[in-house]
Design a protein around this ligand. Sequence first.
Ligand SMILES: Cc1ncc(COP(=O)(O)O)c(C=O)c1O
Length: 462
Amino acid sequence: MPAWLEVPADANDLAAGVWPASARRTADGALELAGVSAAALQASFGTPLYVLDEDEVRVRARRVRAAFCAAAARHGADARVYYAGKAFLSTEVVRWVAEEGLAVDVCSAGELAVALAGGAEPARLGFHGNNKRPAELRRAVEIGIGSIVVDSLDEISRLAEITAGAAVPQRVLIRVNTGIHAETHDFLATAHEDQKFGFSPDAARVAAARIREVPGLALIGLHCHIGSQIFGSSGFAASAARLVELHAELLSGGDLPVLNLGGGFGIAYTRVDTPAVIEELADRIVDAVADACAAHGIPVPALAVEPGRTIVGPAGVTLYEVGTVKPVELGDGLVRTYVSVDGGMSDNARPALYGAQYSARIVSRASSVAPALARVVGSHCESGDIVVEAEYLPGDVAPGDLLAVPATGAYCFSLSSNYNYAPRPAVVAVRDGRARVIVRGETVDDLLARDAGVTSPTKGEA
Ligand SMILES: Cc1ncc(COP(=O)(O)O)c(C=O)c1O
């Protein structure tokens, strides 16, 4: 049992900040999201089901943008917020964030296609990745993408070929490893030296010189992303200071109008998580940039950030139906109730990938039965197929209960798989008492359609 987990006074409560602001229990004790009952969602769309609260996404997008624009304006600079599409991308979400004034960051041809299909303006797209294929780079240049974040010398050579003879130079940034090790899971920390992303400051100097020799490329700035699910501002501030130092040095070779500080702002997955308030975080990060610029005697460039999780994470709730409930003796009189649900690591890989912690509630009803220590597990053939490692659920949790896991809007749908040939769940958006499918769920026929040996798709239907 994690040290932070306490027996709750009420195993029905919905912790503020972990659930969307619209989440509430109705008079009968059942959950409602944006005015739509969880039971109605189950009846209409089945489970597992990803539910996304549209207003929560919009409010969060608006708030991040306002926070960084206000912080930058205090130093006479502009700020642009890119929504990091890798957190969750669908055409609908592209439309929501674009309407809230955000640009979009993509990191594959697939994400680029979704962003374009969602109506994103090419000039307001950024393109990331440590191994962008030549065809992906060609496509990005062809559509007039706003910027490409260059990650290797090989990529510069590829772009030089692709942009040869171009009338308008392609705008690029250099991804820099500032050497800051963010305090987060190792696989989520991305700016320490021994990993695959970006250039060390020395290598970035070489990259800048190369880019500046290529007529088809325009170097517009530096980029850094130190990692994800970061709560404090000190890592961002330290990284920004190193980035500004390099930025100041490279100004001697030409203008660098943009400084992109990446994403990574943490969210509350459980009640003990205390992420920074976004306005305070924006102020501290931007002040750190401004202080470093002042120390080098240079103006503050236009700033960019690219958060994903903080915009969509808390807006998502995954619904599951409980299938089996099994008490397991742990010794010393301790019992853990294993609650198996109809999804698992195929719809939420984060616990298996990062040891991520989540919380859960029974949402088809409230219960006054004393809480029992539970582990919510999936239906897959792995003992690591854990959805919620430890949670107190009402002791009468039973097959047929509807169970919800909050804070699943980011990196669940986008990391989902077909492990054990599980069809991936639908995504439903809720707003003002209405629900609509924004990504349809897969069927077994969808899965069979890829198997070259299947001649009659419906043969596979159970
Ligand atoms: C380069 C880059 N930018 C932005 C993000 C978004 O991070 P987060 O969703 O934690 O804000 C990521 C996440 O992996 C990333 O790699």
